[in-house]
Design a protein around this ligand. Sequence first.
Ligand SMILES: *Cc1c(COP(=O)(O)O)cnc(C)c1O
Length: 409
Amino acid sequence: MVPNITPENGNSTDHSNHLNDEWTTSQLGFGTRAIHVGQEPDSATGAVIPPISLSTTFKQTAIGIHKGYEYSRASNPTRNAFEETVASLENGKYGIAFSSGSAVTSTIVISIGTGNHIISVNDVYGGSYRYFKRVANTQGIEVTFIDFLDPQDIESAFKENTKLVWVETPTNPTLRIVDIHAISIIAHKHNAILVVDNTFMSPYFQNPLELGADIVIHSVTKYINGHSDVIMGVAIMNDIEIYQKLRFLQNSTGAVPSPFDSWLASRGLKTLHLRMEKHQENAMAIAKFLEKSDKVIEVIYPGLESHKQHKLAKKQAKGFGGMLSFKIKGGYEEANLFLQSTKLFTLAESLGGVESLAEHPARMTHASLTEEHRIAVGVTDNLIRLSVGIEDIKDLLADIEQALNIAVQ
Ligand SMILES: *Cc1c(COP(=O)(O)O)cnc(C)c1O
């Protein structure tokens, strides 16, 4: 029997001739799964890299009899392959790939229905904040933003109608750490679903489902694709009811990625483990360099022992990632001069690509925050965020040094 792949029953495909019982995928290491799970050679031609499946529609041999695919918005082989790989890497059962990380956010938010309430960490991705504040609020969904530093603080924020708790950790751009396990216990006590945006850590360094999260989401645009050439998102979960609901909403709203983008993201995943190691190694070296500089007031990187939550970061994640922020000595002028003076770090929004980027959160990624909110979460005018790439570290350090020398006299 050909397995029936529909929005109702998941991504299951017949891989019996490849990774069989003796090689259960759960025993395989991260890199092996990234390369093999969902990425079997094409059964029709033997092509080692499965072809991109562009067809929008699929032949039925009799009414309702088909090979598991009917129409590509509902289900597509190239997209399913990506979903299967990424679900395996998050140690989850189901993956749903979306047209962007933001489409994941909006789909999860509308799934709770109007008249309900969300508790979100206050230091959330600027686009998520904008969606909560300016879209969800107009649709009758209320969002409370709070500081999750002490998990007990969120207790008092719960209401009768609280359906979701929204966590990002490390937060963006001030890289605070939220205790996922502690928050999951409180959320579940109140029958709320815990969503963790795991974009900054990637599945390589952190697996929130294992810490008690119900849904883990990623902007695939960042580390998972890793080459700054795809906008895409993904949600991973173990609960079949949540899966079916989100898949139904995705098919209904049409928030699907293209087969070509899905294929590029699968290609990106195959080197995720190598890239993350290098991102982290470079970020650590830069963090240590900046810590010693007299042109820098503060360095925020979870891998530094000076990070206030270094211990928690170590406990819940396998690494610290490639993102770091620092406060340059001075204010907006110095930050601007630094950002104009780098030669390898490109002044641009986004993160997680092989190339190094630098940006000014207050005027760029977090410009949609109110002034008051921005100050409250520490997004000051002298704060600079780096997405450390995988170039040679000596060149990155030289670039930062010369830019600091220009910016701070
Ligand atoms: C970029 C990003 C998003 C949004 O993803 P898009 O793919 O840009 O829509 C959500 N969360 C985090 C942490 C991000 O960095």
